[in-house]
Design a protein around this ligand. Structure first.
Ligand code: NAD
Length: 349
């Protein structure tokens, strides 16, 4: 397997592999950009990757997305991400989580972790038995902050693209009803939106239908619903060659990382007049919340910063329109400049 020439390698500074025979832990931690005198942070994803190559690619892509998220949120720390190879429903044991905690501890504070897909707050309590470098223990869940950020960006996108100041009557298709997706659905329901939902776990769908009055559709059909907004909150790369021309929403704004399979898909969405809010911006409420928890700030401090994403988005959309480029390209250009200022030029591109 080539690493330094891999498509997803972008001058990453460190890539670590861990194997714990006893617990079955197989983990990878990627550091994309570090800062002297600051730790690097990023969530832990546990997923049954089809191959080790797929796990490495995800660690590289997710840590790079962290760099973008941190830069656009004004949080000056290094970017990293962990992936654990395994099925969280079958392979996640206390022994495995504690072994991962010892891995985190071995960095001596250079890396701190939080939750991502396949890891919930309760799992972090096992990790925390081995290390203090954990954020998001029960009672500190960043997902409500992530969902709030998506809502705020989504509202700005609906105003810009559809000329509506309220979400009342706006139809939103939400893919994935986990920590982020379900919290988002609640906020959308409170704002008067019509919900169309899917999840591969049946009971999560039933809950959304009974508690929130959502309409359920098959997971395969969710992306192609005739709705105003598509909010993917499950896995990334859902906008790809196979899906892109069948998407009918006018706005895409979701929680999942790396929604575009390739950057060129952002331009194709723009050609189709679909306003795409880059995921590193729309889901940045999560890192903003984690940073506030680490700094010991009150939750309203994070909420105030998350609310500010509304005017940031509106400014980005207007500036991109003036420059005659897509919002996605405009926001990426702006964030690339920030990244250069913060971390310097270490790209291999
Ligand atoms: P989660 O594991 O709690 O929820 C994901 C949900 O998606 C699950 O209910 C799962 O069954 C469902 N799902 C998986 N594949 C699906 C499919 N094909 N169709 C429909 N549903 C499917 O994860 P989460 O914490 O809610 O995170 C969701 C996404 O948001 C992830 O991509 C994550 O990286 C990203 N994210 C999360 C946070 C956070 O604060 N938790 C912050 C930033 C980004």
């Amino acid at each position: 397997m080539s690493i330094f020439k891999a498509v997803d390698f972008d001058g990453h500074e460190e890539l670590h592999f861990f194997n714990d025979q006893e617990s079955g832990l197989k983990a990878i931690i990627a550091f994309h950009r570090r800062l002297p005198a600051a730790p690097s942070g990023g969530g832990i994803r546990m997923w049954p990757y089809p191959s080790e190559e797929a796990a490495v690619a995800d660690a590289l892509r997710l840590s790079r997305a962290m760099t973008y998220k941190l830069a656009v949120s004004g949080i000056r720390i290094g970017s990293a991400k962990s992936v654990i190879i395994g099925d969280p429903r079958k392979d996640k044991t206390e022994a495995l989580l504690r072994a991962f905690g010892r891995v985190v501890e071995s960095f001596g504070g250079r890396y701190f972790c939080a939750e991502d897909i396949g890891i919930v707050a309760e799992d972090l309590t096992f990790i925390a038995q081995e290390t203090t470098h954990v954020v998001g223990l029960p009672g500190q869940d960043p997902s409500p902050g992530t969902a709030l950020g998506i809502l705020v960006c989504l509202r700005a996108a609906v105003t810009h693209r559809l000329g509506r100041d309220s979400l009342e009557g706006t139809s939103v298709a939400v893919q994935g009803l986990g920590d982020v997706g379900y919290n988002l659905c609640r906020l959308l329901r409170d704002a008067g939106a019509h919900l169309v939902v899917s999840d591969i776990v049946g009971e999560r769908v039933v809950r959304a239908v009974t508690e929130l009055g959502a309409t359920a559709v098959d997971p395969e059909a969710l992306l192609f619903q005739d709705v105003d907004v598509l909010a993917p909150c499950a896995l990334g790369e859902v906008v790809n060659d196979l899906t892109i021309d069948k998407i009918r929403a006018k706005v895409i704004c979701g929680g999942a990382n790396n929604l575009l399979a390739e950057p060129r898909h952002g331009e194709r969405l723009a050609e189709r007049s679909i306003l795409f809010v880059p995921d590193y911006l729309s889901n940045s409420g999560g890192v903003i919340t984690v940073a506030a928890i680490r700094a010991g700030q009150a939750s309203f401090d994070a909420e105030r910063k998350i609310d500010a994403l509304h005017s940031l988005c509106l400014n980005f959309f207007a500036e991109a329109e003036r420059a005659g480029i897509s919002a996605n390209a405009g926001i990426a250009r702006f964030t690339d400049r920030l990244i250069l200022d913060i971390y310097g030029n270490r790209s291999t591109a």
